[in-house]
Design a protein around this ligand. Structure first.
Ligand SMILES: C[S@@+](CC[C@H](N)C(=O)[O-])C[C@H]1O[C@@H](n2cnc3c(N)ncnc32)[C@H](O)[C@@H]1O
Length: 384
């Protein structure tokens, strides 16, 4: 039987209810969820009862006890449970989960040479992810030393990345009781629901209560449309590092201009910005640069007194806007040239998989498009 059909039979026999939707293979996106009939906004398209979830409460007690003696996260525990589980309890579900090769798009699996060419914000997110994974792996390897042999680390990393990209926010009594956990630890894996792909503008609202999860359409769908949920208002760097994909249009996309802005600041200027709380994190989104960027660029264009009045809100910045825009334009063009050089550099590389290099180039192209849009709008502004 087709593994998807088997999953549906298994899930419905456990109380999962699909209403007007069915999972299908979607080129370039693995499996996704399609509307099997026209769906009205506000209809509940999927119910997943609590008894189907994999959470801290479904981890066998002996396994949980051993892991709890370490400083492992809930994420790490769920991944250890996936790695160590030899039961057949979840076989139909396991059979549709992406295999290790499918996760080659996740930067955590890339060779260091490619990781080093990620955009700065992706690199920063990856460094945090890597540190979290290293801590969890150290804890698991302490609790279950047998895993250190052979491919144990790779197997654990595979499970860890599945948990990273397929869990939902969830809170129950066991999670509430656990000491020292944060919002990031409120995790549950749920069958069928984990097949929804991400859309930047959502498509379904996800609610959970004591009975389980309900997915409610927020917009009408025509038969054959892909039904999506929004994983969060994430820019492209976050989607790439946490989920391993780049999407065509993303209304939440943004990039950091730190590389080109910080280079222009001398030590004294950096100190001033640091003291005022404005050093770094200069964001360009699809609309404009952020206020932090305006503050940093003004320090490069204005006398210190005037700059301080702007920072304190006693100067609206109107008089210095033209000089700031001229400098901004210069920096955007400079960054655009750097982006082009990086794309060329990646194209010449032969390390890693072609798919990984293509994704990396695509992420830089998205950044180039953000820069182009901004360059055009600043140029237009300065002409009027
Ligand atoms: C929760 S799963 C969704 C189901 C998944 N497509 C599958 O085959 O099992 C999340 C993963 O789906 C893929 N994905 C989700 N949204 C996507 C999108 N808009 N474009 C491309 N891939 C997407 C990514 O690989 C991501 O890590």
């Amino acid at each position: 039987m087709d593994p998807l059909q088997e999953l549906l039979e298994w899930a419905t026999s456990h109380g999962v209810r699909l209403n007007g939707i069915a999972p299908e293979r979607i080129p370039g996106c693995g499996i996704g969820v399609l509307a099997t009939r026209n769906i009205q906004a506000d209809e509940i398209v999927l119910d997943v009862p609590t008894n189907c979830l994999r959470t801290l409460s479904t981890v066998p007690k002996a396994r949980l006890r051993k892991l709890s003696e370490t400083s492992i996260t809930v994420h790490g525990i769920l991944a250890a449970d996936l790695t160590l589980d030899r039961s057949t309890k979840y076989t139909p579900w396991d059979n549709v989960i992406p295999c290790a090769a499918d996760l080659a798009s996740m930067p955590l699996t890339w060779p260091a040479e490619l990781q080093a060419l990620l955009p700065p914000h992706s690199r920063e997110l990856l460094a945090k992810q890597q540190a979290k994974f290293n801590r969890d792996w150290a804890a698991v390897a302490t609790a279950f030393p047998d895993l250190r042999a052979g491919e144990g680390r790779e197997e654990y990393r595979y499970a860890w990345l599945l948990v990273n990209s397929r869990t939902f926010y969830y809170l129950n009594a066991a999670l509430k009781r656990r000491r020292g956990i944060t919002k990031d630890d409120h995790m549950a894996l749920q069958p069928v629901a984990d097949l929804f792909n991400h859309g930047d503008e959502g498509g379904c609202h996800v609610e959970f209560g004591s009975d389980g999860f309900a997915f409610r359409a927020t917009t009408p769908y025509k038969k054959g449309d892909e039904v999506k949920i929004c994983y969060g208002r994430h820019g492209g760097d976050f989607l790439l590092v946490e989920y391993g994909f780049v999407m065509g249009e993303n209304c939440w996309d943004e990039t950091l201009l730190d590389e080109v802005v910080l280079e222009r600041l001398d030590e004294r200027q950096r100190e001033r910005l640091e003291d005022a709380g404005f050093l770094g994190r200069y964001v360009l989104d699809r609309e404009a640069v952020c206020h932090r960027t305006q503050v940093a660029l003004r320090l490069l264009c204005c006398k210190v007194g005037k700059w301080m009045r702007f920072v304190d809100g006693n100067d609206d910045g109107e008089a210095s806007q033209m000089a700031v825009d001229t400098l901004l334009l210069e920096l955007l063009r400079e960054y655009a040239t750097k982006v082009d050089d990086t794309i060329e550099q990646i194209r010449r590389l032969e390390v890693g998989e072609q798919l990984q290099r293509d994704i990396l180039v695509e992420r830089w192209r998205q950044i180039r498009r953000l820069l182009d849009t901004s360059i055009e709008s600043v140029e237009q502004e300065s002409r009027t």
